[in-house]
Ligand binder design. Structure first.
Ligand SMILES: [Zn+2]
Length: 327
């Protein structure tokens, strides 16, 4: 395996500009660095923003505090995500029109806006929130990892558009490898949660309950249980009695299964080069942080057979919805 070194922190989300001369690129990147602290969108959304609770602020700050160490393993450059960089929208202040514009389903979600350099968390918040905070914390880590991954813009007719986020590339008709990028980001988020959440005091209790539930599984099933259980909460039934409920981890589940197949196959064909599928994953995670898509393409093509990268791209790409947004 190649030696991965950590680099100094990044000062803006965007690291590269296409369609500009080197001088213009420097100027645009400088503007992104200057805008980083005070994104316009944050001011616009202020009227529909939910004030963050002290616990939410503590979670964001703790995620930020551990991120540098976490990214080191993959050669990433951490970017500072202060609580101001994350906007929680207020369910009560959202009009139906806005809800339709921002809402993507029944579960809460979040969007990372690379050009706006902002993360927006969108209600509805979970039924058990803020009593159980694990699900929101998982979403925050997922978005923080998008923020920390490679991002480029392209300049077209004087306008800047998102070009690449991690290993996903925007084309007019498709978001190339979008689902593979999401699977990698979520797998990283799960590793982050496993490693650090029990050290984050507002999450400690929820993590302990989850650990107890995992320990109730037979030993050979505990690893699977860890992948499947997102959080544990109690629910009052109509009869009045309380029942312990398991919230399954469903974020990009299908996509993660596809990624698992790729990692397992590459490992099984290279047992000397890679000691485990996790070892292969390090290359995928590093490429997502650095934007080095060719390294992944090569690895897939060499191990899954000629033409396999094209097939992977077909499975993991998405038709185009809207540029410059990553969920
Ligand atoms: Zn995502």
């Amino acid at each position: 395996m190649r030696n991965i070194e950590s680099k100094p922190g990044r000062e803006s989300v965007i690291s590269k500009v296409l369609g500009a001369t080197p001088e213009e690129e420097q100027e645009i990147l400088e503007k992104f660095r200057n805008d980083f602290e005070h994104p316009d969108l944050a001011q616009k959304l202020h009227i529909i923003e939910k004030e963050k609770t002290p616990e939410e602020i503590e979670i964001i700050e703790s995620i930020n505090a551990h991120m540098g160490e976490f990214l080191k393993e993959y050669g990433g450059q951490p970017i500072k995500i202060t609580p101001e960089k994350i906007i929680f929208l207020d369910e009560n202040k959202l009009t139906n029109e806005l809800l339709e514009k921002y809402s993507f389903g029944k579960d809460p979600t979040a969007i990372t806006y690379p050009i706006k350099q902002l993360i927006v968390v969108i209600p509805p918040y979970p039924e058990n929130y803020p009593k159980v905070k694990l699900d929101i914390a998982r979403i925050l880590v997922h978005e923080a990892l998008h923020f920390n991954s490679f991002a480029s813009v392209s300049r077209q007719k004087g306008k800047l558009e998102s070009r690449q986020m991690g290993i996903a590339i925007e084309f007019p008709k498709q978001r190339f490898l979008e689902d593979l990028n999401e699977a990698i980001i979520e797998k990283m988020a799960m590793k982050f949660a496993e490693r650090y959440f029990s050290q984050i005091s507002p999450l400690e209790k929820d993590m302990r309950k989850r650990e107890q539930a995992i320990n109730e599984f037979p030993e050979d099933m505990q690893e699977n249980a860890r992948e499947i259980i997102s959080s544990i909460f109690t629910k009052q039934l109509p009869s009045g009695e309380y029942k312990i409920m398991i919230k399954a981890h469903t974020i990009y589940e299908k996509e993660r299964m596809g990624l698992k197949y790729i990692l397992d196959t590459i490992h099984s064909k290279n047992p000397t080069e890679f000691s485990s599928p996790e070892d292969v994953f390090k290359i995928f995670a590093s490429a997502t942080l650095s934007g080095d898509l060719p390294s992944i393409a090569r690895l897939i093509e060499q191990n899954l057979g000629k033409g396999s990268f094209k097939k992977v791209a077909q499975v993991f790409s998405k038709p185009h919805i809207k540029p410059s947004e990553t969920q």
